[in-house]
Design a protein around this ligand. Structure first.
Ligand code: GLA
Length: 406
């Protein structure tokens, strides 16, 4: 990231260097230097120190990605000091591209995305997008708050899914790029969701901040406030395939989730209300297991979910909360969150028809999601942690996906 003050520092250093050369060429000893020359040498030493602290190679590029709802849509590229790239768009506050090396240093994009805004508008709505106001399902698209029933848009009959058809994944968010010297830049997307949007009460101001660090951490911070009592559950729906997006399925990936319980579902993928221990079931990922190892077991929850598509009740005791490792590439994700749950979804509804970056086909079970969240259908489940958002009490949350190799 080039800063104007960096140019100034470099020009100043050049000036001092020229003077220093003059001193050296005239073979002056320390005693013969005048006060001006001594000060110059001291300033040179200090300035070269300052210059090293500036992020030399970090780059941000903001390009036009089209227009939607009368607003400009951007494609923002972040290149960290390691040369690894994350691309974001304010359409849906979406992660478009995430490029990290494998164990041999070969870089590849490991998340699902499209090359054009048009493809986003016509394609799968949840590739890398932020989902809200309510991530995952609310039974029959209804809930009651303070004695009043609210009816939501039904887009996954008989339920509402991911905030409804016009959820936050489909909105154009406002974009701010926040650059502070020596700190990793922040991309802040904000959206003002009107009262009764998709049937939800309250005007909600949502903010999602992304940062992409030199340690290959994608940090996502959420902040939401409402002017009326409402319900809220916000997450990011990125699909990962550590072999590279479009390179087959994720059944050979190894997964750990630090969750001793999960929330079993009914035939409509609505939690039954039980918090079921994972021990002795194919849902026990407390130690690492290959995803494909037990996916076809004769186990009712795997049948109901068509595979894994469940909320895991995080123990929230150790870090990371989840880990994904792919042996061929050596790529690793360590995921840490402050949320009480994570939806582990392994792409059971992907039909192999979607083509993303470079025409790559995103196969059935070709990507996995770790959607950090509150539990699905919490507004109708009094024993689940509350998802009620009260005016004056902002919701704040943070999830980190750290990428490395082993
Ligand atoms: C979530 C759900 C899945 C599916 C996907 C989107 O992860 O749990 O059932 O709806 O979103 O396709």
């Amino acid at each position: 990231m080039r800063q104007p003050q960096q140019d100034f520092i470099e020009i100043t250093i050049m000036f001092f260097l020229i003077n220093l050369m003059e001193i050296l060429f005239t073979h002056k000893t320390m005693k013969q230097l005048n006060i001006k020359q001594i000060l110059m040498i001291a300033a040179l030493i200090i300035l070269s120190g300052c210059n090293q602290e500036v992020n030399e190679d970090y780059m941000i590029k903001k390009e036009n990605f089209g227009e939607q709802d009368g607003k400009e849509v951007f494609l923002i590229s972040l290149v960290n000091n390691e040369g690894n790239v994350v691309k974001l768009t304010n359409y849906g506050a979406t992660v478009v591209w995430l490029e990290v090396p494998d164990k041999n240093g070969e870089k590849d994009n490991i998340t699902f995305g499209y090359e054009t805004l048009e493809a986003y508008l016509n394609g799968d709505p949840y590739f890398g997008s932020v989902v809200g106001r309510y991530a995952n399902r609310i039974a029959d698209g209804k809930f009651t708050l303070d004695g009043k029933e609210y009816n939501l848009a039904i887009n996954n009959p008989p339920n509402t899914l991911h905030g409804g058809p016009g959820g936050w994944h489909s909105r154009v968010w406002d974009t701010e790029i926040i650059e502070n010297n020596d700190e990793v830049p922040i991309i802040r997307f904000s959206y003002l969701s009107p009262d009764m949007e998709e049937g939800y009460p309250g005007e909600v101001r949502a903010e999602v901040q992304y940062s992409w660090t030199d340690d290959n951490e994608l940090i996502i911070e959420y902040k939401c406030t409402s002017d009326k009592k409402t319900v809220l559950n916000i997450t990011n729906h990125a699909y990962f395939n550590l072999k590279g997006a479009g390179n087959g399925d994720i059944l050979g990936h190894e997964l750990m989730i630090a969750a001793s319980k999960f929330t079993p579902v009914d035939e409509n993928l609505i939690p039954t209300g039980e918090l079921k221990p994972v021990e002795g079931t194919p849902f026990d990922f407390t130690s690492p297991h290959i995803i494909g190892e037990r996916i076809d077991d004769d186990y009712d929850q795997l049948k109901l979910g068509r595979g894994y598509d469940h909320n895991f009740v995080l123990d929230n005791k150790t870090e990371p909360d989840a880990m994904v490792y792919e042996p061929e590439s050596g790529r690793l994700i360590e995921m840490t969150t402050d949320q009480p749950g994570v939806q582990f979804y392994c792409g059971n509804f992907l039909d192999g028809l979607e083509k993303g970056h470079g025409g790559m086909v995103y196969a059935y079970r070709g990507g996995l999601c770790l959607e950090t969240q509150h539990y699905p259908d919490s507004p109708n489940q009094p024993d689940f942690p509350s998802t009620v958002l009260e005016p004056g009490k902002p919701f704040e949350s943070r999830t980190v996906y750290k990428f490395s190799v082993k």
